[in-house]
Ligand binder design. Structure first.
Ligand code: CTP
Ligand code: MG
Length: 368
């Protein structure tokens, strides 16, 4: 049996964000839309994948959108049902027996569910995945039997001719999805258990519980000498010696930058800001600001930063708070997300002999 998949991605996603359509946001290094495109393209009985987009939105993201020879891209309509109708009309001549209709806003779909739907579609004109409600459901002060209140998911699979003709028949009626058309007519709908993880991204917080965490580590050490200034975390600490470096030799910011870059595999400080004339005697805060701008452009959010500053002298007790405040300001995050700890080495090694100051940092980040 031949299958065609329709991936709906022409919506504005207004309930999710006013700035970026949800299907084009990045989750775990990948556009949301790409999860659906990839998974349907990889399923053998599916011969064609129609991606329905909104032209005005699409041009900005088209280079990042997953490509496969099965995929055809078309422009959608005002409402979800218009987008589906345009896609169904487009494949009129292709003779696909079955059509799978899926919301691109459901990136956690697994192949297992698609195969299960395909299996049931052999003997049914309409197959829909559902999950039962886990909350208590009240309708007009009546508690409903929650096992019987079903949330309907996608993908839904239909016999092409049937769903196309129902679409034409109910052209002027409002409906959410194609299963509704079958319910209107009291036609048989095969309901199968869906997947609780197959959520539709609708509201701003929907991705929060799924957000992927990334970690980066950074380390730096600088020599201490007389006649140099001491900068730690961008703060000038009064002391008889200072750190030697090509820039201002701030080991805290250098380790922090490396941990940030490492979390998303974006290189290291030495590659981005080499020991060239351009960066000679530059303040490290300048480099950190550049990295924060890069993170903001890439929609990377800092979850927390943990810093160990390793010195024998000076004692940093009274500076820890000032340093975390300063770094929070530059990183544009709440101060609660930064921990600054001081550490000595019990007079061991170069740090212990007051010849150097070292710093290690671990950072956790995620995509918005
Ligand atoms: N969709 C579509 N064409 C439309 C409207 C919606 O292809 N004119 C798609 C969406 O891109 C989404 C799916 O249908 O993948 C489900 O719709 P919904 O969750 O309502 O998404 P949006 O309409 O984008 O969101 P909102 O209603 O919050 O604006
Ligand atoms: Mg909508």
């Amino acid at each position: 049996m031949s299958y065609c998949a329709i991936i709906l991605a022409a919506g504005k996603g207004h309930r999710y964000s006013k700035t970026i359509p949800k299907q084009y946001t990045v989750f775990d290094n990948e556009l949301i839309i790409n999860y659906s495109l990839k998974i349907f393209s990889e399923i053998k009985p599916i011969k064609k994948v129609i991606l329905v987009i909104n032209k005005q939105q699409f041009h900005k993201f088209k280079d990042q959108v997953y490509k496969n020879k099965k995929i055809t891209i078309i422009n959608g309509g005002m409402e979800r049902k218009d987008s589906v109708f345009i896609a169904l009309s487009k494949i009129k001549k292709n003779n696909y027996k079955k059509v799978l209709i899926h919301d691109a806003a459901r990136p956690f779909l697994k192949k297992k569910l698609i195969y299960k739907i395909i299996k049931f579609s052999k003997k049914n004109d309409a197959v829909i995945p559902y999950i039962a409600s886990t909350d208590t459901i009240v309708f007009k002060n009546q508690i409903l039997n929650r096992k019987k209140v079903l949330s309907i998911q996608t993908p839904q699979c239909f016999s092409y001719r049937k769903v196309f003709s129902l679409h034409k028949e109910f052209k002027n009626k409002k409906f959410n999805d194609e299963s509704s058309l079958f319910f209107f007519k009291n036609l048989k709908v095969k309901k199968i258990l869906g997947d609780y993880n197959n959520i539709k991204i609708t509201l701003k917080n929907d991705l929060n519980n799924h957000k992927q965490l990334f970690y980066g580590i950074g380390y730096d050490i600088h020599k201490l000498e007389k006649n140099y200034k001491l900068y730690l975390g961008g703060i000038n600490i009064p002391y008889s010696m200072g750190t030697v470096g090509h820039s201002d030799g701030d080991p805290v910011i250098h380790a922090l930058i490396d941990s940030l870059l490492g979390s998303k595999k974006l290189g290291d400080i030495g590659t981005l800001f080499p020991n060239s004339k351009k960066y000679k005697n530059k303040r490290s805060t300048f480099f950190l600001k550049k990295i924060i701008n890069l993170f903001e452009a890439k929609n990377i959010k800092i979850n927390n930063i943990d810093i160990n500053i390793i010195t024998q002298k000076p004692n940093l007790k009274k500076y820890k708070k000032i340093i975390s405040k300063n770094l929070a300001r530059i990183c544009n995050i709440n101060e609660k997300k930064i921990s600054v700890k001081g550490k000595t080495t019990d007079r061991l090694g170069n740090v212990g002999k007051n010849k150097a100051i070292a710093c290690e940092v671990i950072t956790s980040v995620s995509n918005y």
